[in-house]
Structures are given as structure tokens and as C-alpha cells.
Design a protein around this ligand. Structure first.
Ligand SMILES: Nc1nc2c(ncn2[C@@H]2O[C@H](COP(=O)(O)OP(=O)(O)OP(=O)(O)O)[C@@H](O)[C@H]2O)c(=O)[nH]1
Ligand SMILES: [Mg+2]
Length: 237
């Protein structure tokens, strides 16, 4: 692939993961660019990324101030990738749940579709090291997303994905409304409504080993509510 590939990683307190993750990505795909979108993490994640920018000019830090959120950060990260002329944009979490070893498989799969999802719920995919409760919540969420939104996607919770540029242009980043994690479903739903070709590839998803989860019950409730709002058209598209 000769076109620009940009990997977008939102971070909040990922000091224990980010350097190793960037090094592993560049070990696997030396020709990609990486943008880390950090919400001014109190643990100083951004300082570490700044240090890496000096060593690797193709690593970029997008430092956000003001209101923080997984969704807000993702939107800014995608905008940055488009401005920089990326043709393929991959988003992934910083905590190694999304293992960089799958990146070549994403780039292979995107040749024949518009969006690639890393899925735990297709043949060959699985989650490991997950607590029973987290696993149950994920399984319920997957069914809920399928059922409420009426989309035939095996893992609608997956935030490990690759998009062609034209997809991010078409979904209109300015109109996205999810500030938090439901951004993942909002974008997926728009991709489905617009008829983009979506392919799921199997991934083994490991629970985070380092760093703290930013998930809490209120965020979960908000996510379930947001999916209803998407369905009812209470969010503009
Ligand atoms: N910029 C930014 N990134 C965030 C924010 N919240 C979470 N993230 C990042 O988004 C990714 C997913 O968040 P996680 O905390 O791993 O959420 P999760 O995978 O549902 O839950 P755990 O793995 O259990 O922590 C990680 O890379 C986080 O660092 C935020 O408010 N701002
Ligand atoms: Mg995680």
C-alpha cells in the first residue's frame, strides 16, 4: 500500500501502555503514522508521547484541553487524520486489548471493503482474561446493539477498526454527537445506514493488564441510552 495509513489512539491515563504500544506498532508496520489523542491525562501520558515525537517524526500528539471524552477525542483524531491526507485510518485502544499484531490483517481486509471491524464474535475471535461480569455486559451489549439498531454486526462494541477515507468523509464528523464511548456505535450505525461494505475479522481481545479502566456504571447506562437515541433519530445525521 502506498497511500498514507494513520493509526488513531485515544488515551486517558495510559502512561503504562503507550510507549510500548507505539514501539510495537512501528515494529510491525514501520510505514504508518500514529496520532495519539490525549485529554491532558493527569498521569502525564502526553509527556511520554512528546518524547516519542522527537524520536519518530511520524508519531504525533494531539493534546486536548477542556471537556474530555472518548468520543470527542476520536472525532478530533479522525479530523486530524483526514487533514493529514490519510487514505486508511485505523482506530485502536491503547491498553493492548486491541493487539497490534492484527494490524496487517486489517490492511489486507480493507482492500475488499470500506470498513473492517476486529470482532470477538466471529469464528476465530474470542475474549480472554475478562471477568464474568464484564463478559456478560459485553455479550448483552452486542445483542442490544444488533436488536435496537437492527444491524447484522457480530461485534458492535468493537472500537478496533479500519476505515477508508471516503467513509469518514461521508459520515460527517461535525454532526456526531457522542462525547463518550458510544461514538463507536454512532459511527458504526452511520456506516450501516449509508451502505458501506463492512467486514469483520477475528481478534482475540484481552482485558487490560496495565493502567486503570475509565469505565463506570454511569458511562454504561449512558451508552445504552445513546443507542436508543440513535435509533429514534434523536441525533442528527
Ligand atoms: N482521549 C481520551 N481517551 C479516552 C477517554 N476515555 C477512554 N479513553 C481511551 O479510550 C480507549 C478505551 O478506553 P478503556 O478505558 O480501555 O475502555 P474499555 O476498553 O471499555 O474498558 P477497560 O479496558 O476495562 O478499561 C483507551 O485507549 C483509553 O485510554 C477520554 O476521556 N479521552
Ligand atoms: Mg480497554
Amino acid at each position: 500500500m502506498t497511500e498514507k495509513i494513520m493509526i488513531m489512539i485515544p488515551t486517558y491515563n495510559e502512561r503504562e501502555n503507550i510507549v510500548r504500544l507505539i514501539e510495537e506498532i512501528l515494529g510491525i508496520l514501520p510505514n504508518v503514522e500514529i496520532v495519539v489523542v490525549d485529554d491532558n491525562s493527569p498521569d502525564g501520558t502526553a509527556d511520554l508521547v512528546q518524547g516519542m515525537e522527537v524520536i519518530y517524526p511520524w508519531v504525533h500528539l494531539l493534546l486536548r484541553h477542556g471537556r474530555r471524552g472518548r468520543g470527542l477525542a476520536g472525532i478530533d483524531g479522525f479530523r486530524y487524520a483526514l487533514q493529514q491526507g490519510a487514505e486508511y485510518i485505523i482506530e485502536m485502544d491503547a491498553d493492548f486489548s486491541h493487539h497490534p499484531g492484527y494490524l496487517p490483517a486489517f490492511l489486507e481486509a480493507i482492500k475488499e471493503c470500506d470498513v473492517v471491524l476486529g470482532s470477538r464474535f466471529v469464528d476465530g475471535g474470542e475474549s480472554i482474561d475478562r471477568g464474568l461480569i464484564r463478559e456478560a455486559i459485553t455479550r448483552f451489549a452486542v445483542l442490544y446493539i444488533k436488536w435496537v439498531l437492527g444491524i447484522n454486526i457480530a461485534d458492535g462494541t468493537s472500537g478496533y477498526r479500519c476505515f477508508r477515507r471516503k467513509v469518514l468523509e461521508a459520515i460527517d464528523l461535525d454532526k456526531l454527537v457522542s462525547h463518550g464511548p458510544p461514538i463507536v456505535q454512532e459511527i458504526l450505525y452511520k456506516c450501516c445506514l449509508q451502505g458501506f461494505r463492512i467486514k469483520e475479522i477475528p481478534i482475540v481481545f484481552k482485558d487490560r493488564h496495565r493502567g486503570k479502566s475509565s469505565l463506570h456504571p454511569l458511562i454504561l447506562l449512558d451508552a445504552f441510552w445513546m443507542i436508543l437515541r440513535l435509533k429514534w433519530g434523536m441525533v442528527k445525521r
